[in-house]
Design a protein around this ligand. Structure first.
Ligand code: AMP
Length: 173
């Protein structure tokens, strides 16, 4: 399966100079979607994963599949203001702009090993923000997974210690 062929690339979105890698074109191709989630699940075979934390919004469509396949809890990391209960939050810089993510505190059970899932790792700031919340709550990051990696944006500096795994990397824009 050639994921590169399936991933939609949109230049100058959401602002000039950014090449946007859109994985929603994987979701419209059931063969590619199945391939991607199978690879994701295989990547953690034999590892102790107690739960998965999926990042809004494309991460939800990967994390939910992992959760159902492996029968582990799914916890949502959402953009600020969306979750109704008591939350913890973390702000971070994006490749473009700044953002804050929140997680329901009662969902983030301590002393567990969490796999964090998103669609793409650019600078690593988003995944690092979730990793910080996990650690602040007395839990452990078991790993981080994204379909796409942009290693030229140096995500290894922020999240290299969490053993990031990706299915396809792009090395420049
Ligand atoms: P970062 O925190 O810099 O690793 O950025 C990762 C987050 O921003 C992910 O949730 C992506 O959905 C989004 N993102 C950043 N850069 C891109 C890009 N070039 N194409 C698609 N999504 C991106």
């Amino acid at each position: 399966m050639d994921l590169d062929r399936v991933i939609r690339k949109v230049p100058d979105f959401p602002k000039p100079g950014i090449l946007f890698y859109d994985i929603s074109s994987i979701f419209t191709d059931p063969e590619a979607y199945t391939f991607a989630v199978d690879k994701m699940i295989q990547a953690y075979e034999g590892e102790q994963i107690d739960g998965v934390i999926a990042i809004e919004s494309r991460g939800f469509l990967l994390g939910s599949v992992y959760s159902l396949a492996k029968k582990v809890p799914l916890v949502l990391a959402r953009k600020k203001g969306k979750l109704p209960g008591k939350t913890i939050e973390e702000s971070y810089a994006l490749e473009y702009g700044e953002a804050t993510l929140e997680i329901h505190i009662e969902d983030l059970t301590p002393n567990k090993r969490w796999l964090i899932i998103d669609d793409l790792i650019a600078t690593g700031g988003t995944l690092e923000a979730v990793a910080k919340m996990i650690e602040r709550q007395g839990s452990e990051v078991a790993g981080i997974f994204s379909i796409i990696g942009l290693p030229f944006l140096n995500y290894a500096e922020k999240v290299g210690k969490y053993n990031p795994k990706t299915l396809i990397d792009y090395h420049g824009e």
